[in-house]
Design a binder for this molecule. Sequence first.
Ligand SMILES: [Zn+2]
Length: 477
Amino acid sequence: MKKLADIQHNFVDWYQDVIFEAELVDSSPTKGCYVLRPYGFALWENIQKILDKEIKKTGTQNAYFPLLIPESFITKEKKHVEGFSPELAVVTHAGGEKLEEAYVVRPTSETIIYHMFARWIKSWRDLPLKINQWANVVRWEMRHRAFLRSVEFLWQEGHTAHATHGEAVEMAQQALAIYKKLLEHYYAIPVISGMKTESEKFAGAERTYTLESLMPDGKALQMCTSHVLGHSFPESFDVRFQDDKGTMQVPHCTSWGLTTRTIGALVMMHGDQQGLIIPPRLAPIQAVIIPIYKTAAEKTAIIQKANEVAQHLQNANIAVHVDLNENDSPGAKFYAWELKGVPVRIELGPKDLEKNHVVMVNRAEADKTKKKQFVPCDNLITTIQALFDTIHEQLYQKALQRIQQQWHQADALSDFAHALENENGLYQTGWCGDAACEAQLKEHKGTIRCRYHENAHITCFYCKKPSVTDVLIAKSY
Ligand SMILES: [Zn+2]
């Protein structure tokens, strides 16, 4: 197995090494596209299961729309086409002929979904209409890194239509709250919620809410977004409804999405020099059992006990794997499963069998402090469940502390420009709301990640006019 690049000094290479060595992804013959290997896909499936359930609780139903969208649809919403045209992949030939109208491979599905909404929405009785799609999308990116930026990626996209603006805003905020819970309670990733500026919002949206987090290298990562679309798309696609007084109205719409990019965030946020650390509530394998034996007699007894323990854990809905590979030593197995980030290792040897206990080891603890926990076999379930919660909390708190250490208060760009450019980090400061001041940040490779709900700074970081809102500034992925 390849030695991972140094996480402290070469974070970018470490990330690349760990996602390939842990078998989350592989490269593919298609440029800019990656293969999600079974272990990586299982992680996405776990995310899907949790998120899908929460989305459905809002009364949203899943549906599926075509991958290919008539090119004319994309041009109907002016800002939308401006935002997306550089990234579009277009199908011009099919069935051996040039097509009369080309198709774009969906970069997102607003256009085709609003076309259908126009057919499905007639009266106020048809509202709200709440649809979600689990799908792949294609955006022709030039620089690629698995999970973080790739030509094709997986996501869910929610699309809703409402009778009033207030209801649409409420829906967009509700989606954001679902994402926040998912990210904090399952990914163990602390997130910051805020609103995008005019220049950073989704092409065609009235406003974009975002959840941002700060990675260990001090760069921000946009975890997901939720948009209040207002009337832009429904007007472009002739979506109308008759209100209860018989007047024709345009519905207020939202869209919101979370992608496989969040897996990249999870890898960066929790991993260490030994490899991945997957938070227990999302882990495809939550516990791995390593049988330890020397003689043939020991082997039979230990493997039998290991299988019993596994069955017992499975019955309590714990995802467990018994490593019966005969080619590797226990030490080599410890190493391999640490690399894959399995949160709990269970060791079972002859002495443990005698005492009717197992040894549990917490993956999240640094090597030097790693303590072995001897757990009586009668106590397995409650102990391991408590250990999962402990690991989750340890991961969350560690990430939170690191974010707080890298979160700086600043008054003037001249005070933090150098640090932003050379040391990364998150800078909270005041802003007058003017795009010209915002544009100054480009020179220092930073952007306003979001408007923040505090007003701790009274003047703009650039022009010194009164601040209208605090903003958070960072470099970003
Ligand atoms: Zn200003």
